[in-house]
Design a protein around this ligand. Structure first.
Ligand SMILES: [Fe+2]
Ligand SMILES: [Fe+2]
Length: 289
């Protein structure tokens, strides 16, 4: 098949006006996740610099999911009541939700579907990081949330033409990312990495984005790639954001060994995962409100 689509990776990132943005405050919160010295007030101060993010964090903190007996009315209070890690996760969720919840036409993903897939992957990756103790769970969460961000950019630029890639992949028996590379010369993991560099996202977050389809190729190896790979498979097994390419996912079962997770442990993680995801439904509703 000839190359019908002539947009380079640099084109995609250079024409940033239509692309999703990542606020300076969100980026700072993400970087704070790596620091053991971060204090509650620091997180509250940074989140408060982004008004839209502050509003969403407070809305989430007051959603039925957290079942607070009294209203949480300020960010410092939210940090104290919910804990710093939860507020960091909420801040990441609040920062990505506005553009991740939109439909992605080219991928056959309706409103919220990409978001469900991103959040489902983040949740799964975080649980795997906690169980395996092979990587920081906040890192796994953020990387899982952003893993398919390249699709958001690709969908904006080539939209309907993505269907041709799905068709081509099916016909040739290729995975979706293999077909992207054949037709475009790059795949959505590279677009995501490129975008992420442009936003100055931390390098280890980008490792999960770049290698989530081929975790064994992550060099030097980082368990975040396996957590996101398996987390994404968990999300798809629940039917979250399968879209046009979900059936063409090549699963690397070496990830169990690398993460040191036994089949029994995986069964218990999966049971907890299904339970947690159901609980989060109310959170999505609170956020969409
Ligand atoms: Fe992907
Ligand atoms: Fe994915």
């Amino acid at each position: 098949m000839s190359k019908p689509i002539n947009i380079t990776l640099d084109d995609i990132v250079a024409r940033t006006t239509d692309l999703p943005t990542f606020s300076a405050a969100a980026l700072e919160v993400m970087k704070m996740a790596d620091s053991a010295n971060t204090r509650a007030q620091d997180i509250a101060r940074v989140v408060s610099q982004d008004q839209a993010m502050s509003v969403r964090v407070l809305r989430l903190a007051n959603s039925a999911f957290y079942g607070m007996s009294r209203k949480v009315s300020s960010l410092p209070e939210a940090v104290v009541v919910l804990g710093m890690r939860t507020v960091k996760n909420l801040a990441m969720v609040a920062a990505t939700y506005p553009w991740m919840s939109k439909p992605l036409k080219g991928y056959d993903l309706g409103p919220m579907q990409m978001w469900h897939h991103a959040f489902g992957t983040a949740l799964g990756a975080q649980m795997l990081a906690i169980k395996s103790r092979k990587c920081d769970d906040q890192l796994a969460f953020t990387s899982g949330l952003l893993h398919d961000v390249g699709k958001v950019a690709l969908s904006l630029w080539i939209g309907e033409k993505l269907k041709a890639i799905v068709y081509y992949a099916e016909r040739e028996g290729l995975t979706f990312d293999e077909a992207e590379r054949k037709i475009l010369g790059y795949d959505h993991t590279e677009v995501g990495e490129h975008l992420g560099k442009n936003w100055n996202l931390p390098d280890d977050v980008l490792l999960g984005v770049r290698w989530h389809h081929e975790p064994a190729k992550c060099e030097p190896y980082h368990a975040v790639a396996d957590c996101v790979h398996l987390g994404s498979a968990m999300a798809m097994s629940m039917g979250l954001g399968i879209g046009g390419d979900g059936l063409l996912y090549k699963f690397d079962d070496g990830c169990y060994l690398r993460l040191g997770i036994s089949p029994d442990e995986m069964d218990s993680i999966t049971a907890d995962y299904v339970e947690s995801f159901k609980k989060y439904e109310s959170m999505f509703q609170a956020m969409a409100a």
